[in-house]
Design a protein around this ligand. Structure first.
Ligand code: NDP
Length: 337
């Protein structure tokens, strides 16, 4: 049996494209004592992986040229030399972008679909869903009835932020990069309002119009002009949960990232700005898992996925996600459930 893997071919300086990836095919690895062989079912395509393509020190080490990329994977145990794992178990963990991989079990968690698609463990029931909850509830300290603004609102994280806010009777408005995404936010996900940041005359004026009394909680996924506009429109004692700045991820190493300007607004208005990394909030996971399953069962939470097919489609799915081609959570289906 053969095993196709996706490797880093070169480090991007600016926009990532297909040339930064390559693939190889090798015999399926043999698990040793205390190891298991895993068959990949779904792999997750996440913006933070772009940072791992740079050779910079961060909270997670860089990918190495000529080595497989790795990320969130749902996989089936197909051979086990490990007492805690049996053939047929389904697990989630940080694994190689490969059809098969070997693991000693460290960092793996068994998952049960529980009536929901298995792929949800890479999305709403996984890291992106928890990110939405942690950012809005723990970092943003949102209260029922407050006003919430979220950028990249139709994506894996943003779509959950908006629905949590809606379920808490907040006023929620979001931005996204196409009219189809904006319509989906308003018509299906229950946002009170939404706008296409690429086509409005002024992001600043649009946000000011949507939040005449100011934003209580801004959930920032993008950075740049939208972040700046949110800063100018914060309410007194507002909170900004700084989750991501995807607008900066593909700029050249020789360029300075965009603003924001207007930080003095935060002083006079007593605004709290806090960045966060979801993996530092594991204690929030049980509460979110229970709440999320309750809302899913009650039809009070929906989730969209863009599914690319086959391991060879992973680089294109990643590049496309960076350009906004995904609708909801981007995943790759590598093998059958
Ligand atoms: P998404 O599913 O939202 O996909 C990324 C989206 O970002 C694209 O679809 C695109 O949507 C938007 N985008 C890309 N480039 C730009 C740009 N230049 N300006 C504006 N929008 C852009 O991804 P996720 O939900 O997985 O991640 C959202 C954010 O959350 C990212 O910044 C990510 O790094 C961050 N994150 C942070 C975590 C943490 O622990 N702090 C954990 C997980 C994610 P559109 O068509 O609307 O432009």
């Amino acid at each position: 049996m053969q095993n196709t893997r996706i490797l880093l071919a070169a480090r991007p300086d600016g926009w990532v494209d297909d040339s930064h990836f390559t693939q190889d095919t090798q015999p399926v690895p043999e698990p040793g004592d205390g190891q298991i062989l895993l068959r990949t079912i779904y792999l997750s395509v996440d913006p933070y992986m772009r940072g791992r393509m740079n050779d910079t020190k961060s909270y997670i080490p860089p990918f190495q040229i000529g080595e497989p990329l790795s990320g969130g994977v749902v996989a089936e145990v197909v051979h086990s030399n490990h007492a805690d794992f049996a053939v047929g178990d389904t697990v989630i963990g940080l694994l190689d972008w490969a059809e098969y991989s070997v693991s000693n079990g460290e960092g793996l968690r068994k998952v049960h679909a529980g009536g929901h698609p298995l792929s949800y463990h890479l999305g709403i029931l996984g890291m992106p869903g928890l990110t939405a909850y942690v950012g809005l509830v723990e970092v943003g300290r949102v209260q029922a009835g407050e006003s919430v603004f979220v950028t990249a609102a139709s994506g894996a994280v943003g779509s959950v932020v908006g629905q949590i806010a809606r379920n808490m009777d907040c006023y929620v408005a979001g931005s996204a990069g196409s009219d189809a995404k904006v319509a989906h936010l308003k018509n299906t996900l229950g946002f009170n309002d939404a706008f296409n940041y690429k086509s409005v005359d002024s992001v600043h004026k649009t946000i000011a119009g949507l939040f005449p009394k100011g934003i209580n909680v801004a959930f920032e996924n993008v950075g740049g002009a939208q972040f700046e506009a949110a800063i100018w429109n914060m309410a007194v004692f507002g909170r900004i949960a700084l989750c991501g700045m995807i607008a900066d991820y593909n700029i050249s190493r020789s360029e300075m990232p965009a603003g924001p300007r207007g930080m003095t607004n935060l002083i006079g208005r007593n605004v709290t700005l806090q960045g966060f990394i979801v993996s530092n909030y594991p204690q929030a996971a049980p509460a979110w898992d229970a709440q999320c399953r309750e809302w899913l069962a009650a039809g009070k939470m929906t989730y969209d996925e863009s599914v690319a097919e086959g391991i060879g489609a992973a680089p294109g799915a990643f590049v496309g996600m960076m350009k906004g081609e995904n609708f909801g959570k981007q995943i790759v289906k590598v093998g059958d459930e």
